[in-house]
Design a protein around this ligand. Structure first.
Ligand code: GAP
Length: 479
């Protein structure tokens, strides 16, 4: 059984072994911090995406969704501040040539202090780092790293360069002939696709403030220290929503979305104690208030979602750079203004990792006679990749025919999985390992009375139900 320290490794291995997540282009030894979702991982990810989309658009009468292109006019990133400001303070080790994010190096030391039970020292170091970062005091940060005698994990030396800023955007060329080609960026956030479409959506949708625009899509960042599996990737997906409001109301809407987003997280069935808010000390270049929703991963509390009060920074800058008016006429107060924005921004891949971490359970089922155990993914049924496994007890006596009939009725309603091979116990365990909440077994009694055994994943309880009830029992759990 995995303890807390190796649980994370166990989740990574399980994800690969059961078709959730593979290293990208693995036959060529993979690509650092890039991952592919396998047959069950892509179902899980899609279910999370659909759940977010439904709760942020269908269930909100004043929020609509869009799907903007990844490539955008290069001026977008000048206006948004990403060309000039989207960088992290980095430091290189002169011997190993390894580059590190300064805050990650110091955070690792803070974690060590916490593990050693030196809470006061850890807090003091956190405060000092936050102060230096806020003041962009690069010599101070270098001195702190030297004073702490932090060593490069590869070279083992403390021979550091000065601290410098590195831009995180990937760039590429648009156009086939080099003289005509212009440099464009792979978007580092989906948000700008929403800002540049603000007027299009507001006008064509006849939207009245307050209203929101939601989007799910890929984002790319050349993370220097990409680590912790799908927690920090170079290509990832975001689910973002920009909520446009009247200037002066940002405090109350910021609070509203903080609470609303926390409720969404709790709705995933994850206990409150596994979440906390973390207020930003060093604000991003666009924000006047910001916090993270952090989840307690097996490697500690880390950010899953950011809630940012972005003022009118983005629309104002797009107005300035594009020379197109970004104003809204508010008929209630008879005024034109550039709306303020509250943003909710959640990483889809991080949410997958959060849901996987919460679901992953190792159970010891040993009896005095026999050692036994199982790994079960206790996903909420609505997120589970497969909802129902349909298992004929044997391959003969007409049982597969009945099972196939059930499959035909159910597969158009939710994801089903049909399997005849192996003992029923083995088949149950395989379904536990991918988190299938319900299995039904068709046996000889089914031929007599049109009933089957339903087996519940978490309790492993079994009961007899009518074949005609199967779909409604499963559907009820998917609401
Ligand atoms: N539009 C605002 C924005 O992009 P952010 O805090 O930089 O804000 C929002 O990113 C969310 O995107 C994060 O909370 C995280 O879940 C996810 N995210 C950011 N960088 C990531 C990365 N390299 N890999 C995976 N997810 C990432």
């Amino acid at each position: 059984m995995a303890n807390d320290t190796n649980k994370f490794q166990a989740i990574i291995s399980h994800s690969k072994e059961y078709g959730f997540i593979f290293p990208s282009s693995e036959i060529y030894d993979g690509l650092s911090a890039v991952y592919d979702y396998g047959q069950w991982g892509s179902e899980l990810k899609k279910n999370i995406k659909d759940h977010w989309w439904k709760s942020m658009t269908q269930l909100q009468e004043n929020i609509v969704g869009i799907d903007a292109a990844i490539f955008m006019h290069p001026m977008t990133w000048k206006a948004s501040g990403h060309v000039d400001n989207f960088s992290d303070p980095m430091i290189d080790n002169k011997d190993s040539k390894k580059r590190y994010r300064v805050d990650h190096l110091i955070e690792a030391r803070i974690e060590e202090l916490e593990k050693e039970g030196k809470k006061a020292d850890a807090d003091a170091l956190q405060t000092e780092m936050d102060r230096l970062l806020k003041e962009s005091d690069f010599p101070g940060l270098k001195k702190l790293i030297e004073d702490l005698k932090i060593k490069c994990s590869v070279g083992g030396t403390s021979n550091w360069t000065e601290v410098r800023q590195f831009n995180l955007m990937f760039s590429t060329q648009l156009g086939s002939v080099s003289e005509e080609a212009s440099e464009i960026y792979l978007r580092p956030e989906t948000a700008q696709g929403i800002f540049v479409n603000f007027l299009n959506v507001q006008k064509t949708g006849r939207m009245k403030i307050p209203f929101g625009i939601a989007q799910i899509g890929k984002a790319f960042r050349n993370e220097i220290v990409a680590r912790q599996f799908i927690f920090r990737m170079r290509e990832f997906e975001q689910m973002e929503m920009q909520f446009f409001i009247r200037p002066g109301t940002q405090k109350e809407w910021y609070e509203h979305w903080k609470q609303a987003r926390m409720q969404w997280h709790l709705g995933l069935g994850i206990p409150e104690a596994k979440y906390r808010f973390h207020d930003h000390v060093k604000l991003a270049h666009y924000a006047d208030a910001a916090c993270d929703i952090e989840y307690e991963f097996p490697f500690g509390f880390k950010e899953v979602e950011g809630i940012h009060s972005r003022t009118d920074f983005d629309l104002k800058n797009h107005q300035e750079y594009s020379k197109k008016k970004m104003q809204y006429f508010d008929s209630e107060i008879n005024q034109n203004y550039i709306p303020y924005v509250i943003e909710t921004s959640i990483g889809l891949d991080r949410t997958v990792l959060m849901v996987l971490s919460e679901a992953y359970t190792e159970e010891d089922l040993s009896t005095p006679e026999k050692q036994d155990g199982r790994v079960v993914l206790k996903f909420p049924p609505k997120l589970a990749p497969v909802k129902l496994a349909i298992l004929p007890l044997t391959k003969k006596d007409g049982l597969p025919e009945i099972a196939r009939e059930i499959m035909e009725v159910c597969k158009s309603q939710f994801r089903c999985f049909y399997e005849e091979k192996d003992t029923i116990g083995r088949r149950y365990r395989r379904m536990d390992a991918i988190g299938t909440p319900f299995c039904i077994t068709v046996d000889h009694q089914s031929k007599e009375d049109q009933t089957v055994t339903i087996r519940y994943r978490d309790s492993m309880a079994q009961e007899r139900i009518a074949i005609s009830e199967i779909a409604s029992i499963v559907n009820k759990q998917l609401m």
